[in-house]
Design a protein around this ligand. Structure first.
Ligand code: GLU
Length: 415
C-alpha cells in the first residue's frame, strides 16, 4: 500500500481532522495552515581546500500567537522545505502542549555535518547566524539544536550573534554548553521527558516499565537518554540502531556501554554479544516499548502491521504517518505523540532561556523536578482532551494545542 510521505501534508491532515472534530472556527485552520515567514539564505564559505562552496539555509516561523518562536536548527543533507515547514508547525503545537510561552520555528542547513571539518562547521554556523540574525532574538525567535547540531554549534552561533548585535544576550539560543550559560539537565532532557510521559502512560494503561523490553530506533541524544532512563527504571534495552545498522540482544544491552562503543567506533554496529540488525529493524522487533528516535516517516503503512510494541514513545518528530497511526489505533497500540513525548527538550530550553534572562542558575535537581511536573501536567491535559473528543492521544494533543493557539490568536485579534 503506498501513501504520500510529505511531513507538511501529514501535519495538515492531522490538523484539519482535529479542527473538524472540535468544530473549530475555520479561520483557525486558515491561519495556522500557512507558516508566517520563511527565510531562505545562501551561505558561501571557504572550504579547507581553498574552494568556495555555497550552502542553502532556512529559518521558518510558523506561528507567533503565543510568544516568540522557538525551535531547533537541523544540519542535514537533502533538507526539504516541506519537512522544515512541518517541523516548524510541530514546534508550535509542542510548545502549546507543554504550555510554554512560545510560538514555533525551525531552521536548518542543507549539508552533511559528518563530511565537514570542525573549521568548516564553525564557518558555516557563523555564516548562518549572520544571515538569519534579523530573524532571531531573545524576544523574537530562539533557536536550539536538532538533528545534526551540537552544543558547540550553539556556542558558535551565540558568539556570532553577540558580535552582530553588540550585546551579550545568552537567551538568544538554547542548549548551549554549561560554561556559556547552558542549563544543567538540558542534554538529557528529551529522553528524560520521554521517560516521564511513559511513566504516566504506564500507570494509565497498565503497561509496566519494570521488566519491559525496550527497543529504540536511533542512538543519538534522545534515544540514548530514553534508553538510559528506562534501563534505570528496571526495563531492558533489547535493540538500538543508527544510520549504519542496528544491534539486538534479547537478554538486554547496557545503554552506557553501547554509547561508549558508539563514541569510539561512530556506530552501534559491532557491539559485542549482539545480533546484527538493520537501521529500521528495531521498529518491528518483539518488544513492549518502542522509542522511534531517528527521523520522520519511519512507521508507515509498509511496516506498521509488523509493529509489536504495546507502547510507542515518539522521541523523534513525525516518525509515524497518518495512515500508520490509524492502524496503530486498530491494533490498540498506545502512541505517545511527538508533540507531547519529546517536549522535554524544548521545556528545558525554556528553563535555560528563563535562567539566562534572570542571570540566576538552578541546580540539576530543580530543573529535573520542574521538568517532571511539566511533562506530567501535559500528559494529563492531553489525556483529558483525548477523552473529551473520544480520540487517540495524538489527536488529543493537537486539540489541546489548537485550543491554546486559537485562544491567543483570538485575544490578539487575528481571528
Ligand atoms: N529540536 C528540539 C525539538 O524538536 C528542541 C527544540 C528547542 O529546544 O528549542 O523539540
Amino acid at each position: 500500500m503506498s501513501e504520500k510521505l510529505n511531513p507538511w501534508e501529514s501535519q495538515l491532515t492531522n490538523l484539519k481532522k482535529v479542527s473538524d472534530i472540535m468544530n473549530l472556527d475555520p479561520s483557525v485552520y486558515e491561519v495556522v495552515s500557512k507558516p508566517m515567514r520563511i527565510l531562505q539564505v545562501s551561505l558561501p564559505i571557504r572550504m579547507d581546500d581553498g574552494s568556495i562552496k555555497s550552502f542553502e539555509g532556512f529559518r521558518i516561523h510558523h506561528n507567533t500567537a503565543r510568544g516568540p518562536c522557538k525551535g531547533g536548527i537541523r544540519y542535514f543533507p537533502s533538507l526539504e522545505l516541506d519537512t522544515e515547514k512541518a517541523l516548524g508547525a510541530w514546534m508550535t503545537w509542542k510548545n502549546a502542549v507543554v504550555n510554554l510561552p512560545y510560538g514555533g520555528a525551525k531552521g536548518g542547513i542543507n549539508c552533511d555535518p559528518k563530511k565537514l571539518s570542525q573549521g568548516e562547521l564553525e564557518r558555516l554556523t557563523r555564516a548562518y547566524a549572520a544571515a538569519i540574525a534579523d530573524f532571531v532574538g531573545i524576544d523574537l525567535d530562539i533557536p536550539a539544536p536538532d538533528v545534526g547540531t551540537t552544543s558547540q554549534i550553539m556556542a558558535w552561533f551565540a558568539d556570532e550573534y553577540y558580535k552582530i548585535s553588540r550585546r551579550i544576550l545568552p537567551g538568544v539560543i538554547t542548549a548551549k554548553p554549561i560554561g556559556l550559560g547552558g542549563s544543567l539537565g538540558r542534554t538529557a532532557a528529551t529522553g528524560r521527558g520521554c521517560y516521564f510521559t511513559a511513566v504516566e502512560a504506564s500507570r494509565t494503561y497498565d503497561i509496566p516499565i519494570k521488566g519491559a523490553s525496550v527497543s529504540v530506533q536511533g542512538y543519538g541524544n534522545a534515544a540514548y537518554y530514553s534508553a538510559l532512563n528506562f534501563h534505570q527504571a528496571g526495563a531492558k534495552l533489547v535493540a538500538a540502531s543508527d544510520t549504519r545498522g542496528g544491534v539486538y540482544n534479547k537478554n538486554g544491552i547496557d545503554p552506557v556501554k553501547l554509547v561508549e562503543h558508539k563514541a569510539k567506533t561512530r556506530s552501534v554496529v559491532g557491539f559485542p554479544g549482539c545480533e546484527t540488525f538493520s537501521s529500521t529493524d528495531p521498529l518491528t522487533v518483539d518488544c513492549d516499548i518502542l522509542v522511534p528516535a531517528a527521523l520522520e516517516n519511519m512507521i508507515t503503512l509498509e511496516n506498521v502491521d509488523d509493529v509489536k510494541a504495546k507502547l510507542i514513545v515518539e522521541a523523534a518528530n513525525g516518525p509515524t504517518t497518518p495512515g500508520a497511526d490509524r492502524v496503530l489505533d486498530e491494533k490498540r497500540i498506545i502512541c505517545l505523540p511527538d508533540i507531547l513525548a519529546n517536549a522535554g527538550g524544548v521545556t528545558v530550553s525554556y528553563f535555560e532561556w528563563v535562567q539566562n534572562r534572570m542571570g540566576y542558575y538552578w541546580t540539576e535537581e530543580e530543573v529535573d523536578q520542574r521538568l517532571e511536573k511539566v511533562m506530567k501536567t501535559a500528559f494529563k491535559d492531553v489525556y483529558d482532551y483525548s477523552k473529551k473528543y473520544d480520540v487517540n492521544l495524538r489527536y488529543g494533543a493537537y486539540a489541546l494545542a489548537l485550543d491554546r493557539v486559537a485562544e491567543a490568536m483570538r485575544l490578539r485579534g487575528w481571528i
